[in-house]
Design a protein around this ligand. Sequence first.
Ligand code: NAG
Ligand code: NAG
Ligand code: NAG
Length: 264
Amino acid sequence: MEAVLGLLVISARLYHGLETSCDAREDGSQCYGALGGTVYLQLVTDATRYELSFWKGSTGAKTEILKMKKDKLVIRNPLIIDRVHFFINNGTLRINNIRRNDSGEYLLETFSSNGRMWTREIQLFIKAPVSSPQLSSECLSHGEVRVSCYSEGDGPQYSWTLDGQTLRDTETFPGDETNTITLKKGLSGDLTCTIRNNISSDTVSRRISHCPEHSVEISSWAGTGFNVFVYFQLAEVFILLTICVGSYCFYKKKTYPQEQDDVE
Ligand SMILES: *[C@@H]1O[C@H](CO)[C@@H](O)[C@H](O)[C@H]1NC(C)=O
Ligand SMILES: *[C@@H]1O[C@H](CO)[C@@H](O)[C@H](O)[C@H]1NC(C)=O
Ligand SMILES: *[C@@H]1O[C@H](CO)[C@@H](O)[C@H](O)[C@H]1NC(C)=O
C-alpha cells in the first residue's frame, strides 16, 4: 500500500484557528489539521451512493465515529458528536476544535446492499501552527552578522533569502543551523526568514546593514516593529517633559518679580 499525500489546501486563517482541507478519497491519504482549528476531510465524492461507516483507529481497538444508512446520518461517538459535521452532498466530514488526540489512523468502510464494498485508511496529523516569527541579530567581532529566527509550532522548517535570492554557500558559513545563520562580512540587504510547517507559514524581514569590525552589538526585534513603537513613546514623553519644565521656568521668571512688588 503506497501512501498518498492528500491534497492540502490552507484555506483561511480565522480567529478560531486555521482551516485545512484534505482530499482523502484515496487509500492511505495523509491529512493535516491545525491544533484548535478545523479540518475538512473529503471521504467520498457522493455519499448518497453508499452506506458508510467511519472509524477512529484501524484494526484492533477502533471506535465508530459516524454511520450513514440510506441517506440517514447517525453520529455515534459521544466524545466527538458536538465537533463533527458530515456534508452528505459532497461526502465531506468537518471536525472542529481539533485536539492533539484527534491525530492517528481512521478507517472508512462502504457497503452496498449486498455487503461490504471496500475499506480505506486515512492518516490524520495534528500540528500546532507556526507563530509569528521573530528575528534577532548580533555583530560578530570580524564584521560577520549572526541572525536567528524563532517561532513556536510543530516541526518548523526555516528558509532564508537576501534581497529575494536564496542565500548562497559563499554568503554564509558551513555548519549553520537552519534557524541561525552567519552572514559574511560586508553583506547587506533585506533578509527574510520564512517558517513553514505542514499547515501554516509565516515570514519576517529585516534590513541588514554592515557590522563594524571589532565591536559587539546586539539587537533584537519582533516582526511588528515593537522597538520603533517604544522609541516613539519615549520621544513623546521627552517632548512633554520639555514642554512642562519649559513653561514652569517661563512662569516662574514672569511671576517672581511681581510677587516681590506685592510684598513691598
Ligand atoms: C462540501 O460542502 C460544504 C458545505 O456546502 C462546504 O463547506 C465544503 O467546502 C464542501 N467541500 C468540498 C470538498 O467541496
Ligand atoms: C482527548 O483530549 C481531550 C482534552 O484535550 C480530552 O477531554 C478527551 O477525553 C480526550 N479523548 C480521548 C479519546 O482520549
Ligand atoms: C510535510 O509532511 C511531509 C511528510 O508527510 C514531509 O515530508 C514534509 O517535509 C512536510 N513539509 C513541511 C513543510 O513540514
